[in-house]
Design a protein around this ligand. Structure first.
Ligand code: PLP
Length: 451
């Protein structure tokens, strides 16, 4: 990226490079884009260049940037009761909890608030372990659950490796993913049946009495936006019931409208025992996450203390932002807007791009949640970057995106498209038009370009 020209931009950039230690990165080669302003579906850099945000940052600004109702709620809350310890009841937290439970799967009764997604996963696993008296936890390869101790160990991507000392009790299995099927399945039905049989076999070989929880993203997100086939999550629910295992659905990324419903579990008619959320609950304006507990797990702690908590659990500023976000989403039927955006613009638009661009191996997604699986060869489905890494093709594709004024989310060989749920059809079409040009850069790295 060009280093900012303005004095302010330059100062921000220099202080960042000198003093800020960034997540997940080797520090020396970093070259961050300096953002100084953001509104709606656009962000602006320090030199006044505008970018269409097709990433919702890390898939969390579900209402876009600087939504006036959410900003005003935070302002008011700051003036009235900026903070209070978690033991005290307060209006913002009580309201947020009620509004969340009213929209959650019917069996959910209580909310335990955390500061973000990883802490939510961490506490859901702690609850499941105490509830069952068991230790081991099952989760999928191709998943992301956060970066704290248990959350990173349940995570099924390369970021776990450096954090895995082999003692966490996390056991991984393959979920259904027809495009890159490890089960040699020919259709979704076969993939579903074989994935469930595989999971049951893993449980049998690891010891059915050992497992406290199965932790699953309802639609795996960071790992590639892979909506599960019909019947898969119901099948996992049945296995949990058969073996006395707690089902934890991780909706940190997909909760609060992302897939076109309040929670993604609605698409699959499945009731978890525990559900995690964060991100979209308040569009990320103030850090907030949490665990939803069903009756049996919640009541297990009626007469025995729950051994977990945080100074900022249910912080009033974060909860006030959640109340304003949920009310706005309800008033404007934002989940429906996301569903329409997917059905009417993003789905058909991306399918059309796939016809023109040989680098697109598969388009997957729903609502405002999509991925392009980029390949160097459509026949072999060879990813355009290796597992756990990047490639010149991807680096140049992302650079072309920024050059075109488009912010994209990337992991390995994939580009994810997850705009704010409120993005207009016109802005979404503009994003697809820009993406069309960007993919010309990617196409140059395919076998099709070499013939
Ligand atoms: N779970 C899922 C499904 C996520 O996508 C993420 C973050 O991307 C997390 C958990 C971790 O959330 P946080 O980064 O807020 O700790």
């Amino acid at each position: 990226m060009p280093i900012p020209q303005s004095d302010r931009g330059r100062r921000i950039y220099d202080d960042d490079r000198r003093y800020v230690f960034h997540s997940w990165s080797a520090q020396a080669g970093l070259d961050p884009l300096v953002i100084t302003d953001a509104e709606g579906v656009r962000v602006e850099d320090a030199d006044g260049r505008s970018y269409l945000d097709f990433s919702s940052q890390l898939v969390y600004t579900n209402l876009g940037h600087r939504h006036p109702a959410v900003v005003e709620a935070i302002r008011r809350q700051a003036a009235e009761l900026a903070t209070i310890a978690p033991a005290h009841a307060n209006e913002a937290r009580s309201q947020a909890a009620r509004l969340i439970i009213e929209r959650a799967p019917a069996s959910m009764e209580k909310v335990f608030f955390t500061n973000g997604g990883a802490e939510a996963v961490e506490n859901a696993i702690r609850m499941a372990r105490l509830y069952t008296g068991r230790y081991k936890v099952l989760s999928q390869y191709r998943s992301y659950h956060g970066s704290t101790a248990m959350a990173i160990n349940t995570t099924g991507d390369h970021r776990r490796w450096a954090n895995d000392y082999g003692t966490s009790g996390a056991v991984h299995f393959f979920g259904p993913f027809l495009y890159r099927s490890v089960f040699h399945a020919r259709d979704e039905k076969e993939e579903c049946e074989r994935a469930l049989a595989h999971l049951e076999q893993v449980i049998a070989f690891e010891g059915p009495q050992a497992f406290a929880a199965i932790v699953l993203e309802t639609v795996p997100g960071t790992a590639g936006v892979m909506p599960p086939p019909a019947g898969y999550l119901r099948g996992v629910r049945e296995l949990c019931d058969r073996y006395g295992i707690v089902l934890v659905l991780d909706e940190v990324m997909v909760g609060f409208g992302r897939t076109g419903t309040w929670f993604a579990s609605e698409h699959y008619d499945v009731e978890p025992d525990l559900m995690t959320f964060a991100k979209g609950v308040n569009s990320g304006y103030v850090p907030l996450g949490g665990v939803l507990l069903n009756g049996p797990v919640a009541h297990f702690f009626d007469d025995r203390p729950y051994p977990g908590g945080m100074t900022y659990s249910g912080h009033p500023l974060a909860c006030a932002a959640a109340v304003a976000t949920i009310r706005t989403m309800a008033e404007e039927d934002v989940p429906r807007q996301a569903a329409d955006l997917g059905r009417q613009v993003l789905g058909p638009g991306l399918a059309e791009l796939a016809q023109r661009h040989p680098s697109i191996g598969e388009v997957r997604g729903l609502g405002a949640f999509w991925a392009l699986d980029l390949v160097s060869d459509r026949e072999t489905r060879e990813p355009i970057a290796p597992y756990g890494g990047s490639s010149e093709a991807v680096t140049r594709t992302l650079a072309a995106g920024r050059e075109a004024g488009l912010l994209l989310f990337n992991q390995y060989h994939r580009i994810h498209l997850a705009p704010p749920l409120t993005m207009s059809a016109e802005d979404a079409r503009e994003g697809l038009r820009l993406l069309d040009g960007v993919l010309d850069v990617t196409d140059a790295y395919t076998t099709a370009a070499r013939v």
